[in-house]
Write a protein that binds this ligand. Structure first.
Ligand SMILES: Nc1ncnc2c1ncn2[C@@H]1O[C@H](COP(=O)(O)OP(=O)(O)OP(=O)(O)O)[C@@H](O)[C@H]1O
Ligand SMILES: [Mg+2]
Length: 369
C-alpha cells in the first residue's frame, strides 16, 4: 500500500495544500517550527483516528478556524485506490469517511492505512514505565488485528466494572457474589490478550534481534522477554485457569485496594542488549538504536500478518544515526514507502538525496514539489 497524496485544509499551521508522494522515499525538509511534524501527524491521524501528540483533537484545527478537513488517497498493491477523509471541528468532534462512507467506530478505520511512526518520543518505550510498553503493545496489536482491538476495549470495560464492584463490596457485602460473573469474563478476554501478546512478542524478539544485529555489525544481541503474571502462556485454557486462580488468590488484597491487581493490564516486557537490561544500563545510543530496531521489526510483522508493507513515517531520526547506521537503514527500507523529516539536508547521504522526492516546507507552505 502507498499514499498517493494528502490534501489539508486548516490543519494546524497549514491553510490549504495538496502534496503528492513518491512511492518510495520522500524527504520533508524545513527549519524548526515550519510544519514538518504537523504533516506527519496529519497522515497518522488518518491511520489511527487520533493524533500522537494532541491532548484534544481540537488542537489540530488551525488557530482562528472552525473545521479541519484532510483527505488521503491511497493505492493498494492490487492497484485499487481508496480515500480516507476526516473532519475535526473546534469542539473536537471528529468524523471519518472511507471511500466517501461515514464510519461510526474508530475500530473500522484501523488497518485501512497501515502506518509506523518513529518519533523522538518513542524512546519512552525503552526508558519509561510499563504503561508506555503496554500502550505500544495495544496500539500495534490493534492495528494488526481487529479482534485484538475489540478484545482490549472489552477487557478494559470489564476491568472497570470489576474495580467499581471491588470498591462497593466493603460497604455492601451482598454484592460479593457478583464478582464471580466479572471474573469469568475478565479471565476469558484476558487470556486471549495474553496469548496474542506472547505471539507478537515472540515475532518481535526474533525479527528485532536480526535487525539490531545488522545495524550494529553483530556486536550486539537484542532480546525481548514478555513479563506477565501467568507462567505458562502457550495454551489458552491453561492461561485461563492460571488467571482465574490468581484472581481468587488476590481477592482480599483487591478488595482492600479497590482495584484488580493481576491481569494483562499489569503486563510489561523487558529489552536486553547482550543480556543487560537497557532501561537501566543502556547507553543513549543503544536505547535509540534499540527503539528503532523495534520499529523496523514492525514493518516485517505487519507485512507478515497483513500481507502488505506499511508506510513508515520517520520524524527527525536521521541526524541521530551515524553514517553506517544510516546506510543500513536505507537498505532496510528499500521496499517501504517512507516519509522522513529533517531540518538539515547537509546531514543526509547522497544515496538519500538521489533516490528520493524532496519536499521543502516553509511556514505551512510547500516551496517546490
Ligand atoms: N492549531 C494550530 N494552528 C496554527 N498553528 C499551529 C497549530 N498547532 C501548532 N501550530 C504551529 O505549527 C508550527 C509547526 O509545528 P511542527 O511541530 O510541525 O514544526 P516542525 O517543522 O516539526 O519543527 P521542529 O523541526 O522543531 O520539530 C509551530 O510553530 C506551531 O506553533
Ligand atoms: Mg518536528
Amino acid at each position: 500500500m502507498k499514499i498517493k497524496s494528502i490534501t489539508l485544509k486548516n490543519y494546524r499551521n497549514y491553510d490549504q495544500l495538496k502534496i503528492q508522494f513518491d512511492s518510495k522515499l520522500n524527504i520533508i525538509i524545513g527549519d524548526n517550527a515550519q510544519g514538518k511534524t504537523n504533516l506527519l501527524e496529519s497522515i497518522y491521524t488518518g491511520g489511527f483516528g487520533k493524533s500522537f501528540r494532541a491532548s484534544k483533537e481540537s488542537e489540530l484545527v488551525k488557530f482562528g478556524e472552525m473545521v479541519t478537513a484532510v483527505k488521503i488517497e491511497i493505492e493498494r498493491e492490487n492497484g485499487f485506490s481508496e480515500t480516507i477523509e476526516y473532519r475535526i471541528n473546534d469542539k473536537s468532534k471528529k468524523e471519518f469517511l472511507i471511500n466517501g462512507v461515514n464510519i461510526t467506530k474508530i475500530s473500522d478505520l484501523l488497518g485501512t492505512i497501515n502506518l509506523i511512526l518513529f518519533y523522538p518520543d518513542d524512546l519512552k518505550l525503552i526508558k519509561e514505565s510499563p504503561v508506555e510498553r503496554r500502550r505500544f503493545l495495544n496500539r500495534e496489536l490493534s492495528h494488526i488485528s481487529k479482534v485484538y482491538c475489540l478484545d482490549i476495549i472489552e477487557y478494559n470495560r470489564i476491568l472497570f466494572q470489576r474495580n467499581e464492584l471491588l470498591k462497593k463490596i466493603p460497604y455492601k457485602p451482598e454484592f460479593r457474589d457478583m464478582l464471580e460473573i466479572w471474573d469469568e469474563q475478565l479471565v476469558e478476554k484476558g487470556a486471549k490478550l495474553i496469548k496474542r501478546r506472547q505471539h507478537f512478542i515472540d515475532d518481535l524478539a526474533m525479527i528485532s534481534n536480526r535487525i539490531h544485529g545488522e545495524v550494529t555489525k553483530h556486536k550486539e544481541s537484542l532480546s525481548i522477554t514478555y513479563l506477565t503474571a501467568v507462567k505458562n502462556t502457550e495454551n489458552y485454557d491453561t492461561i485461563k485457569s492460571e488467571l482465574s486462580m490468581m484472581l481468587k488468590k488476590n481477592v482480599e488484597i483487591d478488595l482492600k485496594r479497590g482495584f484488580t491487581s493481576v491481569g494483562p493490564h499489569r503486563d510489561d516486557f523487558e529489552i536486553c542488549i547482550n543480556n543487560i537490561n537497557i532501561k537501566s544500563f543502556g547507553s543513549q545510543g543503544q536505547q535509540r538504536t534499540a527503539a528503532l530496531s523495534l520499529k523496523l521489526s514492525e514493518i516485517e510483522i505487519i507485512k507478515k500478518d497483513v500481507g502488505e508493507y506499511p508506510i513508515l513515517l520517520l520524524d527527525d531520526v536521521m541526524s541521530e544515526l551515524d553514517v553506517n547506521r544510516q546506510k543500513d537503514l536505507i537498505y532496510a527500507l528499500k521496499d517501504v514507502q517512507t516519509i522522513i523529516t529533517t531540518t538539515d539536508v547537509k546531514n543526509l547521504l547522497d544515496e538519500y538525496i538521489n533516490a528520493s522526492k524532496i519536499i521543502k516546507i516553509k511556514n505551512g507552505s510547500v516551496l517546490n514539489h
